[in-house]
Design a protein around this ligand. Sequence first.
Ligand SMILES: NC(=O)c1ccc[n+]([C@@H]2O[C@H](COP(=O)([O-])OP(=O)(O)OC[C@H]3O[C@@H](n4cnc5c(N)ncnc54)[C@H](OP(=O)(O)O)[C@@H]3O)[C@@H](O)[C@H]2O)c1
Length: 335
Amino acid sequence: MKRVGVLGASGAVGEVMVRLLEQRAFPASSVKFLASPRSAGRTIRFAGEDHPILPVSDKQFEGIDILLSSTPASVSRETSPAAARAGAVVIDNSSAWRMDPNVPLVVPEVNPHDIDKHQGIIANPNCSTIQMVVALKPLHEKFRIKRVIVSTYQAVSGAGQKGMSELEDQVKARLAGQSEPAPAKFAHPIAFNCVAQIDDFLDSGYTKEEMKMVNETRKIMGDASIQVQPTCIRVPVVNCHSESILIECEKPLTPDDARQIWANSPGVIVDDDFRNRQHPNPRAADGRDEVFVGRIRQEIDNPHGLLFWCVSDNLRKGAALNAVQIAETMIARGL
Ligand SMILES: NC(=O)c1ccc[n+]([C@@H]2O[C@H](COP(=O)([O-])OP(=O)(O)OC[C@H]3O[C@@H](n4cnc5c(N)ncnc54)[C@H](OP(=O)(O)O)[C@@H]3O)[C@@H](O)[C@H]2O)c1
């Protein structure tokens, strides 16, 4: 049994982590809930009891074996090394450590063995990357993917509690005929709109979110040669990210090849029956653990190319569930 800490327990990802620890009967002898001093006085319902949310401090890390952390990256840069020094293994959801060569970046369906190399911190990838690599890895093993062109349709829950409130407040104001609150989390109004910017722009004109998809995919798949060409878009969906993906492989592949492989891939569900208007969508994926794939088509005039549509719950598989699965895999590997 492990002594578990949840840092960021009051946040969008943290709340889902807490529910998952309950639902998956995680082998925890104790669970401590931590957040910023802003959450002091709040409680969290866990295993039928109310538990206080404690303000984070180095002292609070003493006696924790596994810290599931989901704070902003700026916070994790301080708290994750402190928790590791106190003896915890930190599984961190922020972007702070993902590209550190000494920190494994893990999706259990793709590179569970990388967990063994940890030195106290294990990074959880970006949400839009996780669902994509879960779908790509089994195809890459058989057909060797050379190139990926991906456009994302990302839900506001990816921007945390404040992202969800911003959409709700703007929608309510517009439907009531009132002037809507000004954008804060997003570059433009998100209600009844799309915003072609997630995270900050780099000098190249790509956003940081887009470059996460490029760099993290290569690190997780262990193949620096994979070309990823991303465009990341925020859409007025509450939860679950969708992605339109085109892959080009070294070997030719058909939609049936992909369907068969995915049908036997852990964590993937094929939902693909266009004659019955059946395909994945965010509302159907909400609260589910799997990555859903559909709209599977051959690239026109290219037997090496395949298009598909991929939807997953970014708060679960894209964040909290993946982190809990890392912890479970770590325990199963005797670490
Ligand atoms: N949302 C997603 O789909 C998703 C997916 C993958 C990764 N992530 C990453 O996961 C992290 C959390 O995201 P989120 O969506 O859950 O954000 P969120 O809803 O804004 O929650 C942030 C959490 O961090 C805590 N926090 C903030 N400043 C702190 C401080 N100085 N000390 C201690 N705790 C502090 C907050 O506590 P208070 O409530 O007390 O302020 C809250 O519990 C981010 O790094 C994000 O990039 C998010």
